[in-house]
Design a protein around this ligand. Structure first.
Ligand SMILES: NC(=O)c1ccc[n+]([C@@H]2O[C@H](COP(=O)([O-])OP(=O)(O)OC[C@H]3O[C@@H](n4cnc5c(N)ncnc54)[C@H](OP(=O)(O)O)[C@@H]3O)[C@@H](O)[C@H]2O)c1
Length: 329
């Protein structure tokens, strides 16, 4: 099968190439999916800083091995392992599994859900992990219809879902993004949009009941100032910090300080630790998609032969997160 292959294991370095590699072996609990579309943003780029540090150390002693990036996909079931009960060959599905940027991917049954019939394969390919992360963030933030919610990183893979899910609950939502994405964020239903290149939301005098922070570039004190006295900060990611400046030690000490402050304050500062995809989260997303309260955003699609260039552009920070590679029509 054809796959996008990166020669340097889990690294930000090295180019992605199209190669012929062996089809994945299907384990007893797994489903082999013929990928129709996969999100161009591979998991490896967003690894927590600690994993990137470990990878760099391993890379010094190991011969680099080929790595198929990719995590989120949609496609059709080709074959199922002997313990699989929920899917049959031919079913249209979406989900998350490592190595998704390939013509075939093997995924655990629990990481898959039937593709909502109102989505294209390209749209469904953007949903699983970013959507599940957004849903968890909205739940951890205990967002209600009474709340004013700030979504920092509102135009990103996670943010586009977080804005819509918070709006679906009935909250008043403010999205933070760069100038070029202000219209996108408003089109998602955000009541207000703040351009982070022009305005610092922590100095604007506004206070929020929940802040869902995908950027991680403000100090905890600054973020606390933007929270109401009984508000909740959900720390999701570090998209606002250059990769070279991310450090697992800083992330850990920030998390420890957040736990300490939460113990002595009505304001809650909680970290969202990335977990495996769960059925209840996929179901929650499917329900919202079928009710038309959650609409995935696809900003560009590329055929497989243009995928290496598209991925390179994303790595250089050009292009938005919701870029999709089509493996077949
Ligand atoms: N995607 C997932 O499944 C997932 C799961 C768990 C955790 N995370 C973590 O969550 C974070 C966001 O992930 P993502 O996939 O949404 O990333 P993404 O698609 O790259 O989006 C990043 C978002 O952050 C915004 N941003 C960048 N710099 C900023 C700054 N200085 N201040 C405020 N906003 C800024 C971007 O706005 P502009 O594009 O307008 O500049 C964009 O909205 C990452 O750290 C990631 O590791 C992601």
């Amino acid at each position: 099968m054809k796959a996008l292959v990166r020669d340097r294991y889990l690294s930000h370095e090295g180019s992605v190439q199209i190669k012929d590699i062996e089809k994945p072996h299907v384990k007893d609990d797994d489903v082999l999916v013929r990928v129709r579309a996969a999100s161009a943003k591979p998991w490896g780029w967003d690894l927590p800083a600690i994993m990137q540090s470990i990878d760099r150390i391993i890379g010094r002693f190991h011969e680099p091995k080929p790595h198929v990036p990719g995590l989120n996909f949609a496609g059709e079931v080709e074959a199922v392992g002997k313990n699989v009960t929920r899917f049959q060959p031919g079913a249209a599905v979406f989900g998350s599994a490592e190595g998704a940027l390939a013509e075939y991917v093997s995924a655990n049954e629990k990481a898959l859900a039937p593709k909502p019939s109102n989505l294209t394969f390209a749209e469904a390919a953007t949903v699983a992990m970013p959507g599940a992360t957004a849903l968890q963030a909205v739940r951890k933030g205990q967002v209600t219809s009474e709340d004013r919610v700030l979504v920092v990183g509102a135009s990103g893979g996670v943010g586009v879902f977080a804005v819509q899910l918070a709006k679906a609950v009935g909250a008043e939502v403010t999205g933070v993004c760069s100038t070029r994405n202000l219209d996108l964020v408003r089109s998602l239903g955000a009541d207000h949009a703040i351009d982070y290149t022009k305005q610092d939301f922590t100095r604007a005098g506004q206070r929020y009941d929940a802040i869902l922070d995908m950027a991680g570039n403000h100090t905890l004190s600054e973020l606390r100032q933007a929270l109401r006295p009984d508000g909740t900060l959900v720390m999701v990611g570090q998209a606002g910090i250059p990769v070279s400046e991310q450090s697992w030690f800083k992330a850990l000490t920030r998390w420890l300080r957040a736990v300490m402050w939460s113990t002595f304050s009505r304001r809650k500062l909680v970290a969202l630790i990335p977990t495996k995809i769960r059925q209840d989260l996929l179901q929650g997303l499917t329900d919202a998609i079928e009710a038309d309260t959650l609409i995935p955003i696809v900003t560009a699609t590329f055929p497989l032969d243009e995928a290496p260039a598209a991925i390179e552009q994303l790595e250089e920070g050009r292009g938005r997160a919701q870029v999709v590679i089509k493996f077949s029509t």
